[in-house]
Unconditional design. Sequence first.
Length: 111
Amino acid sequence: MGIQNWSENIILVDLPAEPQMGDELKTVTDIVRDRGDCDVVVDFSGVDIITSSSLSKLLKLRKLLLDWDHQLVFCNVAPATKGIFAVTGLEGIFEIVDDKFVALASLQMVS
C-alpha cells in the first residue's frame, strides 16, 4: 500500500481497504493540492468494497484534478466496487482501466 511518485507528473496510489481508505484519499488530495501539476492512478487491488465517505473523497479528488486539467484513473477495480459505481451513477464519471500498467501507459502517452 502507499503513495508513490511514479514519474515527475504521475502519482500512483495503492489504495488500502476500508477504514484506512478515507485517510489515504485525504492524504492524496493534500499532496495533489500542494503539488498541483500531476495525474493520479489509483490501484484498487486491495479494495473489495467502498463506503459513501470514500466515494465523496474520490469525487473531491477528481474535481481538484479536473480543475487543473489533470486526470484520475482507476485500475484493478473489484466487481463489487464497480457495482457501487454503477448503482450510484458514477461509472461514467470515473475512468477505469484493467491494470496499473495500462493506466500508467495511457497517462504517459498524454503527457
